[in-house]
Write a protein that binds this ligand. Structure first.
Ligand code: 4AD
Ligand code: MG
Length: 454
């Protein structure tokens, strides 16, 4: 029987004197002649388990064969630790070396730069930061499902391969079996051009208009040739979509969700968040506590432009109404002006996707973005155009092919209803919750322009 390190370290004193078997990877070995210390980690917690073996034990001779990174099994008794770093430790009775680790194991030092760790993505999870990110990420996924399931949203699966460019931004990866790309797409596998999806939204809308409340959690793909700390070519998006609701409901659901995530991290991932607070972003706990406790600022795009125009800050992209907010503007609003998450609503229709519902002013659409300090946009959503004629003219005006969207237009003819939804960039959310600066460090194996290793 295998006992996880987390279980031992979080146990009460009833575990004392119990005989257990632990498996993990060696973090440190210290040979003190009359006894030796081995610290191992199995990924279940930030803290390692310390094992102590006496030189009189016949397995003591194995110590010299154990190097950092090796996988081993320790058997023994849980005892109170005299050291101040841990409550319990293991009095080792038996050591089994499972897999030796070569001397050139790349994680010898205590701290490595994130840049370096990206070159060894296959070993990153064995570092303190890599492990903490992995645990927080998993917890946020579990609780995302819980958040929506508790609200009776149904989890649906939308296709990865699609013929439509939902966002109309042209950042599509093509899917083809043609060896000569100049050939007519009619000769291709799907008899038309196909792509990797940029968002499951359009398909999710079909299910919202039938199941009422649904959500998708899926990989999405964007061929954005950007090398920023917040863009990936393959990332996960969480997309709730609901019928009989408007933009106001959308803003409320998204804000509640983000707050819930911050609360989950503080309550369920205490040790890892304390680690990020200490080594990654000083003041993280306080920031997350503020996210939970204080309401998000909600402002219109037009008001956001006024604030930016009044600021004395020099922006690379000059501010005027109609401009698509750039990262520098988003960050000014949330980092310097409001100093908390900001929901910007009612954007000019020219800069937003075709499916968003027109506002009465004729100039803006019922869109919303949630902006947060250091990252900028983490959520993008809207109320959807539910009127057949209006939607049809929007598709035409954006120069899109009506045939591709026929099924989508159908939804407006067979029991249309006001509906809305949003997409959370899951990696950006993990950055926001952990304080990690680069999006490449919050996904196990990152895909970005020029990087498709591992
Ligand atoms: O704002 P976006 O483009 O919205 C949509 O795709 C809508 N169809 C969602 C919906 O309403 N159902 O993308 C949503 C979020 C962004 O706010 C951002 O957090 C994230 O996805 N995102 C990226 N994350 C990492 N790398 C990229 N290249 C990203 N592009 C967008
Ligand atoms: Mg967006």
């Amino acid at each position: 029987m295998r006992t996880k390190i987390k279980k031992i370290l979080k146990s009460d004193e009833s575990i004392l004197q119990k005989k257990i078997k632990v498996f993990g990877w060696v973090k440190t070995v210290r040979d003190q002649k009359s006894f030796a210390f081995i610290e191992i980690n199995d990924g279940s917690s930030l803290a390692n388990l310390q094992g102590v073996i006496d030189s009189t034990n016949e397995d003591f001779r194995k110590i010299i064969e154990i190097s950092i990174g090796a996988s081993i099994c320790l058997e023994g008794e849980v005892v109170k630790s005299p050291g101040k770093n841990q409550k319990f430790e293991l009095k080792i009775e038996k050591i089994t070396i499972i897999g030796k680790s070569k001397d050139d194991y790349p994680l010898q030092k205590k701290r490595h730069s994130f840049e370096y760790l990206r070159t060894i993505s296959h070993l990153r999870c064995r570092t303190n930061t890599g492990g903490a990110v992995t645990r927080v990420r998993s917890s946020l996924i579990y609780h995302s499902h819980k958040f929506f399931q508790d609200r009776d949203f149904l989890n649906i699966q939308t296709p990865i391969i699609t013929a439509s460019d939902t966002e109309g931004a042209g950042e599509l990866f093509r899917v083809t079996t043609l060896s000569d790309l100049r050939k007519d797409p009619k000769e291709d596998f799907f008899k038309k051009q196909a792509y990797l999806t940029v968002s499951g939204q359009l398909n999710a809308e079909a299910f919202a208009l039938g199941m009422t409340d649904v959500y998708v959690f899926s990989p999405t793909f964007r061929a954005e040739n950007s090398h920023t700390s917040r863009h990936l070519a393959e990332f996960w998006m969480l997309e709730p979509e609901f019928a009989f609701g408007d933009l106001h409901d959308d803003v409320k659901l998204a804000s509640d969700y983000i707050k819930y995530m911050a609360k989950v991290a503080l309550n369920e991932n205490e040790d890892d968040i304390a680690f990020f607070d200490k080594f990654v972003e000083k003041g993280l706990i306080e920031r997350l506590t503020n996210v939970v406790e204080s309401p998000f600022e909600i402002i219109s795009y037009s008001d956001a432009i006024k604030i930016l125009e009044k600021s004395t800050k020099k922006f690379e992209f000059p501010v005027k109404w109609g401009l698509d907010l750039q990262s520098e503007h988003e960050r000014y609003l949330t980092e310097e002006h409001f100093k908390k998450p900001v929901v910007v609503i009612d954007y000019p229709k020219e800069i937003k996707a075709f499916y968003m519902k027109d506002n009465k002013d004729g100039k803006t659409v019922a869109a919303m973005d949630i902006l947060v300090p250091k990252i900028g946009e983490i959520v993008g959503g809207s109320q959807r155009e539910d009127d057949y004629a209006l939607l049809k003219s929007k598709i035409k005006n954006k120069g899109l092919d009506l045939n591709t969207y026929k099924w989508y237009l159908d939804l407006r003819e067979y029991g249309s209803a006001p509906h809305a939804g949003f997409g959370v960039g899951f990696e950006r959310l993990v950055q926001f919750i952990t304080g990690m600066e680069n999006i490449r460090d919050v996904i196990p194996f990152y895909r970005a322009a020029g990087s498709c290793d591992f």
